[in-house]
Design a protein around this ligand. Structure first.
Ligand code: MN
Length: 229
């Protein structure tokens, strides 16, 4: 009988410890900051959150040099607050949702904007636009017991030192609790799930040679560079 070595478990660094947070799935919410919904040509009032996912092995840690992805000529940055869940369930009521959050991190929802535009036009899935290799740079997790719940505070991203995205978590259309409640109507959430919570306005292209820095007030910063393939 043939045997196989275990496939590596995706995980995140945790601020202040060598322990790691094992990752199960990565869910992502779209259209959660009104200015970004408008810049993408949609009406914030008419929209509910849209959900898509990335594979857990798309995670890249702070400090990485990421090769410019295959199959795109329009790679975009989207800085986002990331939730890490230690419990889950189905039909989680909003008033109980925050109890599922073990910690917070800053992440970038790297996007092949050209593939996304094609998918939208064709009514096709977003996997090629969002779920590609190395599409989920995420900084070290800060436990909720240390940082509290992050429902306000600056969220920003700079490319080569120039600030491109700069907003406040208080500008979100849907709160973290609402996003967890919505998601849990469609999926059973579990320990190890991560949730990207949407990006503010100012998304734009990344090119080989670019250095990205980003952060959310109260959390560890994330930095990475894009290099030629
Ligand atoms: Mn996004």
């Amino acid at each position: 009988m043939q045997t196989f070595d275990p496939v590596p478990q995706s995980s995140l660094a945790i601020v202040g410890t060598d322990a790691r947070f094992p990752v199960r799935r990565i869910f992502c919410a779209g259209r959660n900051y009104a200015d970004h919904v408008r810049e993408m040509g949609n009406d914030p009032k008419a929209e509910r959150p849209v959900f898509f996912s990335k594979p857990a092995d798309a995670i890249v840690e702070s400090g990485a040099a990421i090769a410019y992805p295959l199959d795109t000529a329009d790679l975009h940055h989207e800085v986002e607050l990331v939730l890490a869940l230690s419990t889950g369930g189905v039909d989680i009521p909003q008033h109980a949702a925050l109890e599922c959050i073990w910690g917070y991190a800053v992440g970038v929802d790297l996007t092949r904007r050209d593939r996304q535009a094609e998918a939208k036009k064709a009514g096709a899935p977003w996997d090629a636009a969002k779920g590609f290799d190395n599409s989920a740079p995420i900084g070290a997790l800060t436990p909720t017991r240390d940082c509290g719940h992050r429902n306000a505070g600056r969220i920003w991203l700079s490319v080569n030192g120039a600030v491109k995205q700069d907003d406040d978590l208080a500008s979100t259309i849907w709160s973290a609790a609402e996003i967890i409640a919505f998601l849990s109507r469609s999926w059973e959430l579990k320990r190890g799930d991560l949730i990207f919570t949407g990006t503010p306005a100012g998304v734009g292209p990344l090119m080989p040679g670019d250095r990205v820095s980003c952060g959310v007030e109260g959390l560890a910063e994330l930095g990475f560079s894009i290099v030629a393939r």
